[in-house]
Design a protein around this ligand. Sequence first.
Ligand code: AMP
Ligand code: GLY
Length: 415
Amino acid sequence: MRVLLIGSGAREHALAYSLKSDASVTELHVAPGNPGISELATVHSVTADDPQSVATLAQNIKAELVIIGPEAPLVAGVADAVRAIGIPCFGPSKEAAQLEGSKSFAKEIMASAGVPTAQSMTCVTQEEIERALDTFGAPYVVKNDGLAAGKGVVVTSDRTAALTHALACGKVVIEEYLDGPEISLFGISDGSTVIGMEPAQDFKRVFDGDEGPNTGGMGAYSPLPWAPADIISRTEKEVLIPTIKAMAERGTPFIGLLYAGLAMTSRGIRVIEFNARFGDPETEVLLPRLQTPLAQLLLAAATEKLAAHPPLQWSKKEAVTIVLASEGYPENPRVGRAVTGINEHNDVIIFHAGTVVEADQLHSAGGRVLAVTGLGDDLTTARENGYRALSQISLLGSHYRKDIALTASIAQKEA
Ligand code: AMP
Ligand code: GLY
């Protein structure tokens, strides 16, 4: 089948890598793509969040399946435009993407579906905001209602800082603080059937020991040796299935990737957030372990045939992804510097995030530059493989976390 993938980051590089290894894929097209992706696929330029521009490209290349990577095109209605011309699309409609696009909408759906999440209040006025802050108390959790590219959430014990952020947002969701480890668990949905993938954990803070500001994600690992054995079936039952059912019942079926960010609290699973697309860097750590042919899986979802799909098959190998970031990331990344030392290694895959080729030389072009995935029989070996490959890469001023999956790998060894 001819597949068109929309996006240009490390997540899309990982999707392209997996799609390429599915024998049913005869042509792989990616737009806008990046230098890493161009080694696997035919790259096209496109305005990714313009519905008409994507639909026209899909028609021109006679795509039989369109997969949309990032959230902005989904929220802009790109999936609707592709479906309108009769091409199967993996990615929710504009309305269904509101599960990610609006925190208050996500809360309404969870309330109607009985999905466990933090108690919350949606506020607009200062009076409402102050009442909510004082109802829940510190630590305060304040979330911009709309898409904010990872910058919308403030968790702080400083009431003034919480109030300042809330007032700057317009519409905000203020909620109860959830403790316990966080995991990401993805559901592949065709609108009525949903299949949970293995969980992953990502590392959001920029520095070792979870210090410094939040980022788009500095690394991830999977599987999670410490997670309960029934975590996938429990999440399907308590979160994914009721959410998909509620979305279908209100006439906005969710066809695509339902990303559940979960807190494993002492009182059980609680949803921290939904996203409407594959997570980054979780995709880079999960897909190299997925043995089920990806294009066939996503086509089954796009054509409402998931109920007949066999269970997902996972490699026994474990995986650790480490992100190489530019100097100054996340606040003020310096770009346009040479990247060298990307070598081939067994059990290592190097995904491009923000790169560009200039004068035949690879250069950095974004805050996150590469995502290096190491594989191995356990997390310790996977880490060694990933970090060894990373240590050979040179980019002036760059940095990466040294402690991705470290605690879990030590616990796994001791168990
Ligand atoms: P989000 O953009 O919703 O994923 O939030 C970003 C980060 O803020 C999450 O990964 C959590 O670490 C933290 N966070 C969000 N909501 C809560 C909450 N209710 N309790 C504790 N931490 C939270
Ligand atoms: N890993 C966080 C995200 O994709 O939003």
